[in-house]
Design a protein around this ligand. Structure first.
Ligand code: PBE
Length: 267
């Protein structure tokens, strides 16, 4: 390897959970740019630990990361440019429910359909628990709801209360999804539901929803991140559209690194 980028000491990209949308598009990106790097599977917490260690020592590192994410307010990080847009340009997070939910649990369906918030809202919830192990996501969500009744009221306006019916939401154990899912769960509880939150791998969550084993989920980043799953299950689940617009996935590096584009990585 004697191209102009060979001096960059990067031979791997630190990824997250195998089977995530992120890992699928990250591998497609490695292939599309013909990168001579290994995409290593990990988990969001382990990836963040590795990133923090590199930042402390001012070492080079490339990770898969996304916005909204609280890491960007704690550290000076940058997205590498992605001229082929294989990691997506601007992503929306879609709410999906099982077929039949609208008729069987209309109040839950209506709330899930109405739920919509902004990048700054998700960031505000995440910031409360992301860097603080002593704060549970549910408590962070509770606090945000109490402070933002003006945003929550329009979601529930006109929806009929229920009495102890159950709702089960699948989620993946990522801080973004913990934020949205806990907020929605608490509002469903306000409507009178007993809510179960079930952590699953992304592929299993899609499968469970398609089989009607769970009622809904808030985990699908589209049009790019979760595209392969959304395509696979498109006839078997109901897509209610975005709950959040303007998210972004990418390859992210510390700002002190002297590269700006995925094309600057070793090939
Ligand atoms: N993520 C976090 C997920 C969604 C949110 C970007 C890692 C994924 O699509 O894989």
């Amino acid at each position: 390897n004697n191209d102009q980028n060979s001096e960059i000491e990067i031979n791997k990209i630190v990824g997250i959970e195998p089977g995530s949308g992120t890992m699928k598009i990250a591998q497609e990106t490695v292939d599309a740019y013909n990168l001579d790097v290994e995409l290593t599977p990990s988990s969001e917490p382990a990836m963040l630990t590795e990133l923090k260690n590199a930042l402390e020592n001012e070492e080079p590192i490339v990770v898969t990361l996304w916005q909204p994410h609280w890491m960007f307010s704690e550290y000076d990080l940058k997205f590498l440019e992605d001229p082929k847009e294989t990691l997506g340009a601007s992503e929306n997070i879609h709410t999906m429910v099982r077929h039949g939910l609208k008729d069987e649990k209309p109040s839950a369906y209506q709330l899930l359909d109405n739920f919509y918030w902004e990048v700054e809202d998700m960031n505000a919830v995440m910031a409360k628990f992301g860097q603080n192990d002593e704060v549970e996501p549910r408590d962070a969500a509770k606090e945000w709801i109490a402070d933002n009744r003006d945003k929550v009221e329009p979601w529930i306006e006109g929806i009929e209360q229920v009495n102890g019916e159950t709702v089960e939401l699948a989620y993946v154990n990522w801080d973004t999804e913990l934020s949205s899912t806990n907020v929605v769960a608490l509002v469903l509880e306000e409507l009178g539901y007993e809510v179960t939150l079930t952590p699953l791998d992304m592929g299993i969550a899609f499968q469970s929803l398609s089989q009607g084993e769970v009622d809904g989920m808030l985990i699908a980043w589209l049009p790019v991140g979760a595209a392969s799953y959304a395509e696979q299950y498109k006839d078997k689940i109901v897509d209610l559209g975005p709950s959040l617009e303007g998210a972004q996935q990418g390859f992210v590096v510390p700002a002190y690194m002297d590269i700006d584009s995925i094309e600057d990585l070793p090939t």
